[in-house]
Design a protein around this ligand. Sequence first.
Ligand SMILES: Nc1ncnc2c1ncn2[C@@H]1O[C@H](COP(=O)(O)OP(=O)(O)O)[C@@H](O)[C@H]1O
Ligand SMILES: [Mg+2]
Length: 322
Amino acid sequence: MSAGLLDIAGLNRHFPIRNVWGRRTGWLRALDGVSLSIARGEILGIVGESGCGKSTLGKTVAGIHPPTSGSVHFEGHEIATLSPSAGRAVRRNLQYCYQDPGASLDPRWKIGRSLEEPLIVHTDMGGAERRARVLETLRAVNLPERHLELYPHEISGGQQRRVGLARILMLRPSLVILDEPTSGLDVSVQAVVLNLLLELREKFDLTYVFISHDLSVVRLFSQRIAVMYLGRVVEIGATEAVFAAPAHAYTQSLLAAVPIIGGRRVVDNFVLEGEPPSAGNVPAGCRFAPRCPRADGRCRAEDPPATMMDDGRLVNCHHPAG
Ligand SMILES: Nc1ncnc2c1ncn2[C@@H]1O[C@H](COP(=O)(O)OP(=O)(O)O)[C@@H](O)[C@H]1O
Ligand SMILES: [Mg+2]
């Protein structure tokens, strides 16, 4: 077994599909055998089309959804099967951050109270210690002390986002799952948020899972990248290696859809056609075969296992490029 900070193996999360009378007619396989590891201090990017299971992966790992089956090993504990109460202590170190963490602040509470609350609930810190931790965290997200006395509606959306981030960091987690942290922001604001995230990572020794559908942001920000398709990781490896020579046909087509300014595209490639099939009706064989220009009879019959390439990359494909 690898000794990453987080090791996920064969993780499944299936949602029931019901007809109008409430009868279950099938299963939607939002996560369908996800395996990956993350080393301490790393930033792992997760990319893939909308609906491929990125958020479900983040929420299942963080314990917001129970997994259907599979293993989640975090800091030496198997957490997929822990009861909610036993899991709570372990999960303090593992935080999931919604796209806009500021939106979940309680509008009736002053910022200071919102920040202090996780410490009251989860620690036995005294008042002075809590106050010191609140101040330190507020400063780390570059907000002034006077904000502690303000209500969420009295500060800007960008400042609310910083407070939300500070709240997530109050218990000093080791792993933070950032779900689309820059989507919906102007490019200039995106840069500010990304820089802040990098500063916080330095200051608090954080490991990030960085979920985004924006490949150019992921390329800048993450050292490794996992490409998801229909609930499965289909390619995972060093970001530069994947961008330089994507091996899975799906990764190739995703990258071909990213505009490159002032340069020729490395992959001279086809563009993805059609919508991804529904996670309620995953194709037999390789799940990408119906959209894949390289697919043959074997691809339509056999689900490809993860194969290791020369550079250590894992690719689920019968005919990887390179
Ligand atoms: N609570 C839920 N109940 C039923 N289906 C869900 C639920 N959450 C997500 N799904 C389905 O699971 C699939 C993956 O969704 P999601 O993880 O949100 O994708 P992404 O974040 O990559 O856009 C989608 O088909 C979505 O409709
Ligand atoms: Mg999502």
